[in-house]
Every structure is written in structure tokens, then in C-alpha cells.
Design a protein around this ligand. Structure first.
Ligand code: GLY
Length: 390
């Protein structure tokens, strides 16, 4: 008996001494799975569809090009191509990017930023194709039509529930990257003015004293005053919807990178520091930080978006200790997401890469499923981490 316990103790000692997987090996492992999954994913699609999620009866759920997530599959293919240099992946990235051509003319929704920046934006960054650049410019001009100088923000949704008159969601910070890119690439100051004004108005109206963000602010379109603050996709109006906090962190970090305006960096640091206090030990947020027991799904998409933002923020702050703190949090989140609980086995998960995201729990839609944007920001975060540590 004593011998058995000694052997067990020795084995445990050996495991605890064994080296943790290096981030390079982890990244190679994830991209091998991603390449397999996303090459196979294309067989599930036709000329007008893109991957969205999995239905409650476990079948593949495609979307049309007009769903806000349509740019994430082509975007992920571009990231996989960037890492693997596999030309078969590049061909699929090109094919699936071109499906989104009509999105450049969409003026009835704010998400053209997500849709075009992830697809055409990455395509242009990696290939320099001028035709992609022109689509991005037209898309930015379409998005700019949604700006009002009275409210000082671009409008998110045209549908009006709950008596809204001019709803703006925190997610909309992400669409500013398209405006900033087009403003720089085509020397168009108006686009930059709109992006900065939106970010400034959101900074003033969307945040609580602890730097957590509401999901939605409804404005009066006639005089610009705030009519109400809500959290539509979260647990309660005053709760911290996980992905909303992720969009906020990513959005202000990105706006500092694009403008060099210190107030965006300071705001991103405040959001990051609030998150460091609230995140669970493994770094992957609950779908809502304030959801009560029994209702506590994790949201891999929020974890992936935060990881990407934490890596970027670590490269922008000057304080050495905080650089390390933000990068360590990103590493922790990436390690958790790359564990078997979250990372799919090849050939499973309807060819998505990550499991366990939450789309819209109050609507009972996309709960504890794969989502194309979880995959996209996970791959982006790994590439960013690789570049930051090389
Ligand atoms: N932009 C919608 C969401 O984050 O669910």
C-alpha cells in the first residue's frame, strides 16, 4: 500500500514538473485544427451563405450575407492563410470575401464595419488588392450615412423595440475601425471626425462609474439627449453583459491605435483593470458577470475578443508591469480556450473551432454553441500574441 502511494506521489511530482505547452506549440496545434475545420466548412455553404452557428438539434446553421456575422468566416480564412500560407485556404478566403460585395451599399444597419473589415480588410492587408480597398471605402461611406451630428453617434439599429428612437449599442465601437481605415487610406477627414465623435459620445454616455458598459443607449434624435440605458442581451439593465465589456475593451484599444488620442488609451486601461478584478480564474467570462447561480454559461466569444484586446493593449501601454499583466491575462484566456473543453476535435462541432459561446440568452438564441466570431477573434488573438512575443 505504502509503495502504491509513493508511486502516485512520484507521478504527481513528475507531472507538476513537466513543462507547460509553449505558446508556439499551442498556436501551431490550434491552426492545424482551424485549417482542417475551415477547409471542410466550405462544403456546407453555397454562393450566398456563410457559417453562423449550430441549431438546438445540433445541425449546421448558415446565414445570408446580410447577417452581422457574415464577415467572420472569410476573415478567419485570411488569418489561417496568414499563418499557414496554404494557397487552398487563400482561394477559399477570396471566394468567401467576394460573396459580401453587396454589403458595401448597406445603409440600414451599422454592422457593415464588422462585415467588411474582417473580410475585405484582412484581404487587403494580406494581398494589397486595390479592388478590396475600394469596397472598404464605399462601405465606410455607407456607414457614415448613419451618423447624426445631433446625437453625435452612428445609429445601430433601425428596428424599434421597447420604444427606442435612436438605439446605439456598445458593439458599434467595433465598426469605427472601418471608418478610421478608410479615412486614412483615402485622406477623408469626415470619416475620422465621425469615428472620433462616436467614440467620444459613447465614452460619455455608455459607461458606469466602475467603467463597465451598458449595452444600449437610446438617444432622442431631435435634441440628442439620452432617453434610457439598457442591457438587452445581458441578465439585467444594470448587469455586466460579458461580450459588451469585450467590445468596449477592444473598441477603445483600437481607437487609441488608430488615432493616438490618449483619452482612449486611459479609458481602455480603466476597462481592462475593471475586468481583471471581475474575470474568473481561468479568464473566460460568464455570458453575464452578474448572472445568478444556475444561469452561468461561459461565453468563449467574449473570452476570445478580450484576449485579442488584452494583447493589443499590452503593446500600447507604457507601464512595464501593466504590459506584463495584460499579456498574462491574454495568455491565460488563450490557454483555456485551447483546452479540450473549448477547442473542438477535428471533424466535430459542425467544423467550427470553438465550443461554448452565448449569442443572446434572454432571447434563448444561440446558447452554449459555437459562433463564427468566437473563432475569428481566437485566431486573431493567437496571431497578435505571436507577433507581440516574437
Ligand atoms: N453584435 C451583437 C453581439 O455581440 O451579439
Amino acid at each position: 500500500m505504502k509503495k502504491k502511494w509513493l508511486l502516485l506521489g512520484f507521478t504527481t511530482f513528475l507531472i507538476s514538473c513537466s513543462k507547460q505547452e509553449s505558446m508556439d506549440t499551442l498556436t501551431a496545434r490550434v491552426f492545424t485544427i482551424a485549417e482542417q475545420q475551415y477547409l471542410a466548412m466550405d462544403n456546407r455553404l453555397d454562393d450566398t451563405t456563410l457559417p453562423q452557428s449550430i441549431t438546438p438539434d445540433s445541425t449546421f446553421k448558415p446565414s445570408t450575407i446580410y447577417w452581422w456575422c457574415s464577415g467572420f468566416y472569410p476573415g478567419s480564412l485570411w488569418y489561417i492563410y496568414e499563418y499557414t500560407q496554404n494557397n487552398a485556404v487563400k482561394a477559399l478566403a477570396e471566394k468567401n470575401t467576394l460573396k459580401l460585395d453587396p454589403i458595401q451599399y448597406v445603409t440600414n444597419d451599422h454592422d457593415v464595419g464588422f462585415q467588411l473589415n474582417c473580410s475585405y480588410g484582412n484581404g487587403f492587408r494580406l494581398t494589397g488588392n486595390e479592388a478590396y480597398k475600394n469596397v472598404l471605402y464605399q462601405g465606410a461611406q455607407s456607414l457614415a450615412t448613419r451618423f447624426s451630428p445631433i446625437t453625435g453617434v452612428t445609429r445601430s439599429w433601425d428596428f424599434l423595440r421597447r420604444g427606442w428612437r435612436y438605439p446605439v449599442i456598445i458593439d458599434n465601437m467595433m465598426n469605427l475601425e472601418l471608418l478610421m481605415f478608410a479615412s486614412k487610406a483615402f485622406a477623408n477627414d469626415t470619416l475620422e471626425y465621425i469615428a472620433r465623435t462616436h467614440a467620444n459620445t459613447t465614452l460619455k454616455n455608455h459607461f458606469r462609474e466602475d467603467y463597465s458598459s451598458y449595452h444600449l443607449v437610446d438617444y432622442d434624435p431631435e435634441d440628442g439627449h439620452v432617453r434610457s440605458r439598457q442591457t438587452v442581451q445581458g441578465y439585467a439593465n444594470e448587469s455586466l453583459w460579458g461580450r459588451g465589456q469585450a467590445w468596449a475593451l477592444y473598441g477603445y484599444t483600437m481607437m487609441y491605435r488608430m488615432t493616438g488620442d490618449e483619452k482612449y488609451l486611459i479609458h481602455a486601461e480603466h476597462i481592462a483593470d475593471m475586468l481583471l478584478l471581475r474575470l474568473p480564474a481561468d479568464g473566460v467570462p460568464y455570458w453575464d458577470f452578474d448572472a445568478p447561480n444556475g444561469n452561468e454559461y461561459r461565453d468563449a466569444s467574449a473570452g476570445a475578443i478580450m484576449a485579442s484586446a488584452f494583447v493589443e493593449l499590452s503593446g500600447l501601454v507604457r507601464d512595464k508591469k501593466m504590459k506584463k499583466t495584460y499579456l498574462s491575462m491574454a495568455e491565460k484566456q488563450l490557454r483555456t480556450l485551447a483546452s479540450p473543453h473549448y477547442l473542438a476535435e477535428p471533424g466535430t462541432n459542425c467544423n467550427f473551432i470553438l465550443k461554448h459561446s452565448v449569442g443572446n440568452l434572454p432571447e434563448k438564441s444561440e446558447v452554449d454553441v459555437p459562433l463564427s466570431y468566437a473563432d475569428y477573434y481566437f485566431l486573431e488573438a493567437l496571431l497578435r500574441y505571436k507577433k507581440a512575443t516574437e
